[in-house]
Design a protein. Structure first.
Ligand code: FES
Length: 86
């Protein structure tokens, strides 16, 4: 049986990321192209700890698989995914 593990997308909902523009990520789920939707799992997560490590100016943060991207937007998340699903 073949099961493909989904790419986990964790959108930080911590205070810093929220204040710094987590709203820029609103609608992410609906903007993911249909061919990728079955391959990802999106959820909200409390502070990823990156606002302390990388600095709050780089918020909002999103974890995609094992990688965390800063200054995340819907576009930057989609770009990352296009690299993964190419
Ligand atoms: S609030 Fe998002 S990483 Fe801390």
């Amino acid at each position: 049986m073949e099961s493909q593990e989904k790419i986990k997308i964790r959108v930080c909902q911590g205070t810093t990321c929220f204040v710094m523009g987590a709203s820029r990520l609103e609608g992410l789920e609906t903007q993911i192209p249909p061919q990728w939707r079955q391959k990802v799992e999106i959820s909200a997560q409390p502070c990823l700890g990156m606002c302390q490590k990388a600095g709050f100016m780089k918020a909002p943060f999103v974890r995609i698989g094992d990688e965390i991207i800063g200054s995340a937007t819907v576009d930057s998340v989609l770009e990352k995914l296009s690299g993964i699903f190419k």
